[in-house]
Design a protein around this ligand. Structure first.
Ligand SMILES: *Cc1c(COP(=O)(O)O)cnc(C)c1O
Length: 347
């Protein structure tokens, strides 16, 4: 997949940092113009985050050779666009309704976006996607479980697209830990054009440290490493991730709790007369179609509860998106929704 990358990236000679060039063991570091007085942060971070990647291998079984870490998944999305898409010439394909960052990142990089809507059951229209694709279609973004709809994309459709799409297929799995489906990382050894994105921001409860993962072939990881800023993941983030990944039991406990809470809300929400539909979810949120979405949104804000208004998004007309909170928070949401049932004046 090197041939697919922009010519300037293929021939790029990356910046070689001091911490990267010297690989042996030493006692005295006078190579990087750092401040010598130790406060735990005075040294540049490990540019390739080896300890974090080794721990990720223990947790997920994916080799550090197939792992890139970035300042959130958003950095990985931006780097993919810069690696593969010639501004003003190439384009990406997205499958709306989906995550907004693909479009924003493309706009920033002056890369066009071809949109092929999901079908009514929020699955990719493989025929239409392949028909829309040209030799200038460099990246196809598939989000599974999809944000904001919450469902997983069917595995056989993902595999069919990987096989038939001539560019890079990115599977964004920000919510995969909440899902019953398997990760697409199993496709990485099988196909050269697969990139799987995951993040510490959702199930791992570390949105604040900004750490995202991209898993791919060694070749693609090599391109990421060439293009990334040398010290893209800071020392504090690397330390926090290692601490966070110690608590696998907490991770599992919270995950189970959130899924239980989601199931409970999934059952209770349809009882409100103004709720038209609760879409099935494999994530930590629910997409809910209601009468008068804007009025309900404003009412909840007055009750100091903020949800996401998706009512103007293609195929999500009339929908609000509720993130699953703590049990107490979800109870307060239900209480407010009950009040709204009494208060509202249907039109
Ligand atoms: C939340 C989310 C992410 C996470 O982005 P980070 O930059 O890692 O916080 C990625 N993709 C999707 C679809 C998301 O909803």
């Amino acid at each position: 997949m090197i041939q697919l990358a922009r010519k300037n990236i293929q021939s790029l000679k990356p910046y070689s940092s001091a911490r990267h060039e010297f690989e042996g063991k030493a006692d005295i570091f006078l190579d990087a113009n750092e401040n010598p007085f130790n406060n735990g942060m005075n040294r540049y971070p490990d540019p390739f985050q080896e300890k974090v990647k080794a721990r990720i291998e223990e947790v997920k079984g994916i080799s550090p050779k197939n792992t890139f870490l970035g300042n959130g998944s958003d950095e990985a999305i931006d780097l993919l666009l810069r690696i593969y898409c010639e501004p003003g010439q190439d384009h990406i394909i997205t499958l709306p309704p989906t995550y907004g960052m693909y479009q924003v990142s493309a706009d920033i990089n002056n890369v066009a976006v071809k949109k092929v809507n999901l079908t009514k059951d929020f699955q990719p229209d493989t025929k239409a996607i392949l028909k829309a694709a040209t030799s200038r279609s460099k990246i196809l973004f598939i989000c599974s479980p999809n944000n904001p709809t919450g469902n997983c994309i069917k595995r056989e459709l993902i595999e069919a697209l990987i096989q038939q799409f001539k560019g890079i297929v990115v599977i964004d799995e920000a919510y995969i830990d909440f899902a019953s489906d398997e990760s697409a990382t199993a496709f990485i050894g099988k196909y050269p054009n697969v990139v799987v994105l995951q993040t510490f921001s959702k199930a791992w409860a570390m949105a604040g440290i900004r750490l995202g993962m991209a898993f791919a072939s060694e070749e693609i990881i090599g391109l990421f490493n060439k293009v990334k800023p040398p010290y893209n993941v800071n020392t504090i983030t690397q330390k926090a991730a290692l601490v966070g990944m110690r608590g696998i039991d907490d991770f599992k406990k919270n995950l189970t709790k959130i899924i239980e809470e989601r199931k409970q809300l999934e059952e209770l929400l349809p009882e409100f007369s103004y709720v038209q539909k609760v879409y099935p979810s494999d994530a930590n949120f629910l997409l809910v179609k209601v009468d008068q979405p804007n009025e309900l949104y404003d009412f909840l804000v007055r009750k100091k509860i903020v949800v996401r208004n998706r009512s103007t998004v293609t195929l999500c007309e009339g929908c609000l998106r509720f993130t699953i909170g703590k049990p107490k928070e979800n109870q307060l949401l239900l209480k407010a929704l009950k009040k709204w049932a009494k208060k509202r004046i249907p039109n």
